[in-house]
Design a protein around this ligand. Structure first.
Ligand code: R2B
Ligand code: URA
Length: 306
């Protein structure tokens, strides 16, 4: 079956491209502290429509509270939001009605593990057409710090528009595709009244924060400032608007599972002008709310039309 055919499933539920799972007595989702036998996953997660991921536990907890306000979701009196995955001591996960907010840590392996388990969670839960959205931070290329970037495709550090992972000693490449319709819908929800720009472009996924992103301020650096500028300019010419560390597995693994997905990141700095993230904490905190606001508009619009 081709990847295109897999984009649509008649009943909207997530299908796994792994024949072994159905044959297992139970499936332990180790890193999110859930299991197909220990928990009633259909009851707990069957209503999920949005799986929102971001790097840090704190940001995702804040997002959970924010989205609760935005969609007017009420918790039973006397209760508070709970970190569903707290005993994994790896990721933090919150659920607010049809929205999950889960942290993914930093980098490709960390988000890769979480994606396997969140895709399986949606499968076990029989969730219908869940949309996965990454809400993140990044370095911008020629953009004012605080700009929101909606990714239309993801490229790795070698220029491949795919996620490469060694499997049984061979490199397997999976196309890093994102949903074009959601990109357009998100862009349409940005407002001229927002005191910052929202742009669409290619996102480069690096394997490292320092040398992997052409920084000259890591513990090691064997190239010159000129080499770095030439490299970043080359990326700009290729349409790369921002650099982060999770886009290729996020785009590729969701696409491989037939799940629609989007990435919305805020730029913390303009990499053409420097490497250090030097903005004050309050400024960074306000920047980080920007992708959350856009995604909240998207979720609200979706829920209003249902
Ligand atoms: C953005 O910020 C993190 C590195 O500081 C990384 O997770 C990413 O993609
Ligand atoms: N996250 C990154 O991966 N790179 C940056 O420059 C800023 C945040």
């Amino acid at each position: 079956m081709s990847d295109e055919e897999l984009d649509e499933y008649p009943d909207g539920t997530v299908k796994l491209r792994n024949p072994h799972i159905e044959l297992m007595d139970q499936d332990i989702l180790y890193h999110i502290a859930l299991g197909s036998e220990s928990h009633d996953l259909v009851e707990m997660f069957g209503d999920v429509k949005f799986v929102c991921m971001g790097g840090t536990p704190n940001r995702m907890k804040n997002f959970a509270h924010f989205i609760m306000e935005e969609i007017g979701y009420k918790l039973p009196t006397g209760t508070d939001l709970m970190d569903i995955s707290q005993y994994s001591y790896r990721y933090s996960m919150y659920k607010v009605g049809p929205v999950i907010a889960v942290s993914h840590g930093m980098g490709v392996p960390s988000i890769g593990i979480l994606l396997h388990e969140m895709i399986k969670l949606m499968y076990h839960a029989k969730a219908q057409d869940p949309v996965f959205i990454r809400i993140g931070t990044c370095g911008g290329l020629g953009l004012e710090p605080g700009t929101v970037v909606i990714s239309d495709q993801a490229v790795d550090g070698l220029g491949n528009y795919s996620y490469s992972v060694p499997i049984l000693g061979e490199v397997v490449k999976r196309p890093a595709k994102l949903d074009k319709k959601i990109v357009r819908e998100l862009k349409a929800l940005s407002s001229v009244d927002d005191p910052y720009e929202t742009v669409v472009g290619t996102t480069m996924c690096a394997e490292d924060f320092y040398e992997g992103q052409g920084r000259i301020d890591g513990a090691f650096c064997d190239y010159t400032e000129v080499d770095k500028q030439n490299y970043l300019e080359k990326l700009v010419k290729q349409g790369v608007k921002n650099i982060e560390m999770e886009a290729t597995p996020f785009a590729a693994l969701t696409h491989h599972a037939g799940i629609k997905a989007a990435i919305v990141c805020v730029t913390l700095l303009n990499r053409l002008k420097g490497d250090q993230v030097a903005a004050p904490k309050e400024v960074i905190n306000e920047y980080q709310e920007r992708p959350q606001k856009l995604v909240a508009r998207y979720i609200k619009k979706y829920l209003q039309t249902k």
